[in-house]
Design a protein around this ligand. Structure first.
Ligand code: NAP
Length: 339
C-alpha cells in the first residue's frame, strides 16, 4: 500500500509517498480503508523532530483519519465490517490502510460526512477536555480562544458558543477575524496588532477562561487578561520555533514557553493548566471514553459540524503542511485518499 513514512526529519519535502507492506489485523484489531487523513499541527512538529509524543522513527505519520472497516481480526464482532469510522491513533493515518485496536475505530457521529469525521476527534476532544473537563467553563462566562481560526480554535469557538459563553477569538490576520466572527464569536482581534489585548479588555473587563495554543507574548497577555477565579488552559505553543543548531533559538524557546510564577498568579487567584490528549488517551482511556461520549452528545444536540477548510490530495501532502505553516489555513486541513 501507499504511505508517507517519516524516516528523516526536515521540511515538507520529507513527505514522500512510498510503497510499504499492507498491515493485517491481529486479534482484537480492525483494518480501515482510509478515505481522509486529518492533518494536525503535531505532525508538522513531528516532521521537524520537535514533538515529544512522537515515537521513534521510522513510522507512518498521521494521528487521525476517517474510513471504512474492511477487515476484522480474530474476536471482533462481525457487525463492524463495512462500518464508517473515525480513527484516533499515534501514527499510521497518512496511508491507504490502517490497522488499529477496535476501540480506536469509533463509529462516525450520525450525519457526519467522511470529511467531517476526519476533522473531529483531535480538535474537538482537545477543545472539550480543555474547556469543560479542565477549566469547568460555565454558561455566561467570558472565554478567550487564541489561534481561533485554526482546527482546535474553530472547535473551541463552536463548543464554547453552544455552551452559552461569551466567546472572543484572537488570530493572526484580518481575514481570520471575520471568519471567527462568522462562527458566532462576539468579537475577534488580530494579535499581530499591538493593541489587541487592550481592545479585548475594553470590551470584556477581563476573561474567565482562556484556551491558549500560541505561546510567547500571546500566552503572557492572555494570562494577564484573566479575572479573579480565571483559568487558562495551555494546549500548545505554535509560535515557538526551536532550531536545534541555533543557540539563540534555544534562548527564545525557553523565554517563550508558557509558564507562571506562583507569587504573581496567587495575587489574582487564577489557575494555569495544561492538557495533552495523547498522553491522556494512554493514561486514562476510560475517562477519555466518557469525555468522548459527553462531547458526541453535545455536538449532536447543538448540531455542530467540524469546519473543513481545505482538502489536498494525498500526493500533495507537502503542500498541505506548507499551507498550515504559512498560517493561511482556517479550520481543518485534510488529505484525500479517495478519487
Ligand atoms: N494538547 C493537545 O492535546 C493538542 C491537540 C491538538 C492540537 N494541539 C495544539 O493546538 C494548536 C492548534 O493545532 P491545530 O492542529 O488545530 O493547528 P491550527 O490551529 O489549524 O494551525 C496552527 C495555527 O497556529 C497559529 N500560529 C501562531 N504562531 C504560529 C507560527 N509561528 N507558525 C505557525 N502557526 C502559528 C496560526 O494561526 P494564526 O496565524 O491565527 O496565529 C496557525 O494557523 C497547536 O499548537 C497544537 O500543537 C494540542
Amino acid at each position: 500500500m501507499k504511505a508517507i513514512v517519516l524516516d528523516k526529519t526536515g521540511g515538507p519535502e520529507k513527505l514522500i509517498i512510498s510503497e510499504v507492506n499492507t498491515p493485517v489485523p491481529g486479534p482484537g484489531e480492525v483494518g480501515v480503508r482510509v478515505h481522509y487523513a486529518g492533518i494536525n499541527y503535531a505532525e508538522i512538529l513531528s516532521r521537524k523532530g520537535l514533538y515529544g509524543w512522537a515515537p521513534k522513527r521510522p513510522y507512518i505519520l498521521g494521528m487521525e483519519a476517517s474510513g471504512v472497516i474492511e477487515e476484522l481480526g480474530e474476536g471482533v464482532d462481525k457487525s463492524r465490517l463495512g462500518q464508517d469510522v473515525m480513527v484516533g491513533t499515534k501514527t499510521g493515518a497518512y496511508a491507504e490502510k490502517i490497522v488499529i485496536p477496535q476501540n480506536q475505530a469509533i463509529p462516525s457521529p450520525e450525519g457526519f460526512s467522511m470529511e467531517e469525521s476526519a476533522a473531529f476527534l483531535v480538535n474537538y476532544m482537545t477543545a472539550w477536555v480543555s474547556l469543560f473537563t479542565m477549566a469547568n467553563t460555565q454558561p455566561g462566562e467570558t472565554v478567550l480562544i487564541t489561534a481561533a481560526a485554526g482546527g482546535v480554535g474553530t472547535a473551541a469557538v463552536q463548543l464554547a458558543g453552544a455552551n452559552g459563553c461569551r466567546v472572543y477569538g484572537m488570530a493572526g490576520s484580518e481575514k481570520k477575524i471575520d471568519f471567527i466572527k462568522s462562527l458566532g464569536a462576539k468579537d475577534a482581534f488580530n494579535y499581530r496588532l499591538s493593541n489587541c489585548f487592550e481592545a479585548l479588555l475594553s470590551q470584556t473587563n477581563g476573561v474567565d477562561v482562556a484556551l491558549e495554543t500560541v505561546g510567547g507574548d500571546v500566552f503572557k497577555r492572555s494570562l494577564n487578561s484573566l479575572n479573579p477565579f480565571g483559568r487558562i488552559v495551555v494546549a500548545g505553543f505554535a509560535s515557538l520555533d526551536l532550531k536545534k543548531w541555533n543557540p539563540y533559538s534555544w534562548y527564545k524557546t525557553w523565554r517563550d514557553l508558557p509558564g507562571a510564577d506562583i507569587r504573581i498568579i496567587s495575587q489574582k487567584s487564577v489557575a494555569v493548566m495544561s492538557c495533552h490528549i495523547g498522553y491522556l488517551m494512554e493514561e486514562e482511556p476510560k475517562k477519555m471514553e466518557a469525555n468522548y461520549g459527553e462531547l458526541k452528545d453535545f455536538v449532536l444536540k447543538h448540531n455542530i459540524k467540524p469546519i473543513v477548510g481545505k482538502v489536498f490530495s494525498f500526493e500533495d501532502a507537502c503542500d498541505a503542511h506548507r499551507y498550515i505553516e504559512s498560517r493561511k489555513s482556517t479550520g481543518k486541513v485534510l488529505l484525500s485518499l479517495v478519487d
